[in-house]
Design a protein around this ligand. Structure first.
Ligand code: CP
Length: 315
């Protein structure tokens, strides 16, 4: 495996889920694979779960790990081509990336949408330069448009907690004071579309996700109707795609609360975290026995380790 960005990069999903379950059951079984191998994890943006879980996954596989917070510890990188570099950025990404590739066997990259230019964000300008120039397998640790390690962990979690063969899974938009990227909902939809689930997406008008992700997906604008009979409620905030990067609403009638959860089939509550309590979800829901947000975060180690294992096997 040379890159991990979409479900197609991992191939047969049933096989990947089986492998993930084996990794979870016996996390130290493949330490020989990572011996004398190094992962460099590069962060252009903050992280708690991705940083710790990916590091844990790599060390479970016997790898050495180097973490670089590019904004704190590295040179500021110029990412535009053809510019006269007379500003505050002393290094160009086109030198930095191949140099980083010299120091490792696998690279993980976190680089969020900047919300300055939709086309630039959706062309995955930063991530693609790592894929093109590093000479190493590259894992997206959340890029401008996708968060595949999260979505894979979400699917593992649904697989573990489902009580019916084909659960009803509802992705609901929720209010947030800040403009958040569409990477998590995009990937969630992308992965659920190829999984054995019945997916509904609910959000206020104006929050439609990009058509390339939503093709064929059921959208229900009435949140309460969407919740009826759901087995899983996945809450997430995101900024508008059509009015790119804008917060069009902070309407707290969209907050996930006990009353709405009562409409479901005793649904499990999921969120990728971090989450704003009493904006996205009430204290009561996130602290209820049906909240599986911590188990979901724990599975970030499982998704990262399954992907790293595949990459190590194909080096
Ligand atoms: N869910 C997630 O990716 O968390 P972090 O931003 O803390 O890594």
């Amino acid at each position: 495996m040379r890159r991990f960005l979409t479900p197609s990069d991992i191939g047969n999903l049933s096989q990947a889920l089986k492998e993930a379950a084996e990794v979870k059951k016996n996390p130290y079984a493949h330490q020989h694979l990572g011996k004398n191998k190094t992962a460099v994890l590069i962060f252009f943006n903050s992280s708690l779960r991705t940083r710790l879980s990916t590091q844990k996954a790599a060390t479970n596989l016997g790898m050495n790990v180097i973490i670089l917070d590019i904004n704190k510890d590295g040179w500021q990188l110029e990412t535009e081509t053809g510019v006269i570099m007379d500003g505050d950025k002393p290094e160009h990404i086109r030198e930095a990336v191949p140099v980083i590739g010299q120091y490792c066997d696998i690279i993980g990259v976190r680089s969020f949408a900047r919300f300055e230019n939709k086309e630039e964000d959706y062309s995955e300008k930063i991530l693609n330069q790592f894929i093109e120039l590093s000479g190493r397998p590259v894992i997206s640790m959340e890029s401008a448009t996708r968060h595949p390690l999260q979505a894979f962990a979400d699917l593992v979690t649904i697989e573990e907690h489902r009580s019916v063969q084909r659960p009803k899974v509802v992705l609901t938009w929720a209010p947030h004071p800040k403009a958040l990227p569409q990477a998590v909902p995009n990937s969630f939809v992308e992965w659920m579309k190829v999984a054995d689930v019945d997916l509904t997406v609910t959000h206020p008008k104006g929050y439609e996700l990009a058509p390339e992700f939503m093709d064929g997906v059921h959208v229900e604008y009435d949140q309460k109707k969407a919740f009826e009979g759901a087995d899983f409620i996945y809450a997430k905030s995101w900024a508008s795609f059509s009015e790119y990067g804008k917060v069009l609403s902070t309407d707290r009638s969209w907050t996930v609360d006990e009353e709405k959860m009562a409409l479901t089939n005793k649904a499990k509550f999921m969120h990728c975290l971090p989450v704003r309590r009493n904006m996205v979800v009430t204290d009561g829901v996130i602290e209820s026995p049906d909240s599986i947000v911590v188990q979901e975060a724990a599975n970030r180690v499982v998704s990262a380790q399954t992907v790293l294992k595949r990459m190590l096997e194909s080096l």
